[in-house]
Design a protein around this ligand. Structure first.
Ligand code: NAD
Ligand code: USQ
Length: 400
């Protein structure tokens, strides 16, 4: 297949592009390099030393013999450029990672809120509109989030995108129940997560009105760094975010353990979230590409996660294997202090995904990534200082 990977310079997009290229697909990366500019804005860098996109592409060709295309393009701002790119490359599939993905970054200020909404909503809408205009019939695979569902379901298992509801038709008797399926009601916990809810509506509309073939992957929190491909040469190394805006919880704990910083558990640490290892993410994208919906089908939605964990349990686990200390810090987010989470993920398991479990991969990450690059860490960048409302406090450990 010819595959365009939008956002292919990012944490998920880069290993996914390499995985697809390694399988023999013809891959072109499209990215405006905004994630690298945001590093500069925040004065933060990846724990791992990532190379320029040009060096990455050259290294991959040397190591694998496969050519990767690269186009620097803002998918949200340059609609004509996007149409021209699609007409030139004529992809069979488009994988869309090109959004601002950090919840704390999206909550930092009015400017960050507006940037996140403008960037994410326009990027997604431009892709959809351009696919209709170019009449390419490419399969669009989008990276969405488990966060569209919200995390409190009164014990119910979250379905894959759609909720079965029984209703009594107007004029019917009590026994005349009919079943309807609707998009699971959204309940976002940040401006970033809200943009993914807006994306969902855009997908439903374009699948219905223009028969676009769309798969939306509701992905949990990624952990881990390396894939089989990024490991082959240090120039191919993936990024590892640990700062208070972009670092996700488990990778932050691994890094904190490696540098002797207390593990920063927000509030009581009672938040339960869905997780997936980065190696499984690239496999899931492959599986989704191999199983496209037909024209006229509704949007296919897969829950792309393999395990759920409570934040304080993760902290205790990391502390146990590394000797780190755990510290409860004020929660800078406006979120439920405690929640249960039960998730259906049968589609990927039925299609052959064999999950990497936390128990297998955790120690490797501490040893081979977090400790190896610990000398590059800037401890000042660790606390989460972006607060959701004026009532919240930054997540700074009292001991620091
Ligand atoms: P990232 O920030 O590392 O990568 C996103 C890439 O998209 C960056 O390279 C950035 O430069 C590019 N980009 C952003 N806006 C763009 C635009 N307008 N035009 C062109 N390129 C643009 O993020 P990530 O962790 O790789 O996440 C990728 C996708 O996966 C996101 O949509 C995110 O919501 C989703 N996701 C990520 C996680 C996670 O834990 N990292 C979990 C669930 C879902
Ligand atoms: N948390 C801590 N301590 C920390 C950092 C976070 O306790 O040092 C807590 C947060 O308060 C939250 C939970 O850990 O309750 C998860 O936070 P996170 O930053 O790891 O994840 P989140 O903000 O939800 O965002 C990440 C990705 C996003 C993706 C989402 C998937 O950045 O792109 O969409 O995970 S999900 O969580 O399933 O919605």
């Amino acid at each position: 297949m010819k595959i365009a990977v939008l956002g292919g310079d990012g944490f998920c997009g880069w290993p996914a592009a390499l995985h697809l290229s390694d399988l023999g697909h013809d891959v072109v990366i499209v990215d405006n390099l905004s994630r690298r500019s945001i590093d500069e804005e925040l004065g933060a860098t990846s724990l791992t030393p990532i190379r320029s996109i040009e060096e990455r592409v050259t290294a991959w060709q040397e190591v694998s013999g496969h050519r990767l295309g690269f186009a620097e393009l803002d998918v949200a701002q340059d609609y004509d450029g996007l149409v021209a790119l699609l007409l030139r490359e004529r992809p069979d599939a488009v994988v869309h990672f090109a959004e601002q993905r950090a919840a704390p970054y999206s909550m930092k200020s009015p400017a960050h809120k507006r940037y996140t909404v403008d960037n994410n909503t326009n990027a997604t809408h431009n892709v959809l509109c351009a696919l209709v205009e170019t009449e390419l019939d490419a399969h669009l695979v989008h990276l969405g989030t488990m966060g569209v569902y919200g995390y409190g379901t009164a014990g119910m298992k979250i379905p894959e995108g759609y909720l079965d509801v029984e209703v009594t038709p107007e004029g019917g008797a009590d026994g005349d129940r009919v079943s309807v399926q609707m998009l699971y009601p959204t309940n976002p916990g940040s401006i970033y997560h809200m943009t993914k809810c807006l994306d969902q509506q855009l997908f439903a509309y374009y699948a219905k009105n223009d028969a676009l073939r769309i798969t939306d992957l509701h992905q949990g929190i990624i952990w881990g760094t390396h894939t089989d491909q990024t490991e082959r040469d240090e120039r191919l190394i993936n990024r590892f975010d640990y700062d208070g805006d972009y670092g996700t919880v488990l990778n932050r704990f691994l890094m904190q353990a490696a540098v002797g910083y207390p593990l920063t558990v927000h509030g009581t640490g009672g938040q339960t979230r869905a997780f997936i290892h980065i190696r499984d993410m690239v496999r899931c994208v492959q599986i989704a590409l191999e199983h496209p919906p037909a024209r006229g089908d509704r949007v296919k939605i897969f829950n792309q996660m393999t395990q759920t964990h409570r934040v304080r349990d993760l902290a205790e686990l990391v502390a146990r294997i590394s000797g780190a200390t755990v510290e409860m810090v004020p929660n800078p987010r406006h979120e439920a202090a405690e929640n249960e989470l039960h998730v259906t993920n049968d589609t990927f398991l039925d299609l052959g995904l064999r999950p990497t479990l936390l128990e297998e991969g955790l120690l490797v990450e501490v040893e081979e990534v977090a400790r190896r690059y610990a000398h590059r860490a800037d401890l000042e960048k660790i606390p989460c200082t972006s607060v959701w409302t004026k009532e919240q406090q930054p997540g700074v450990p009292a001991s620091r």
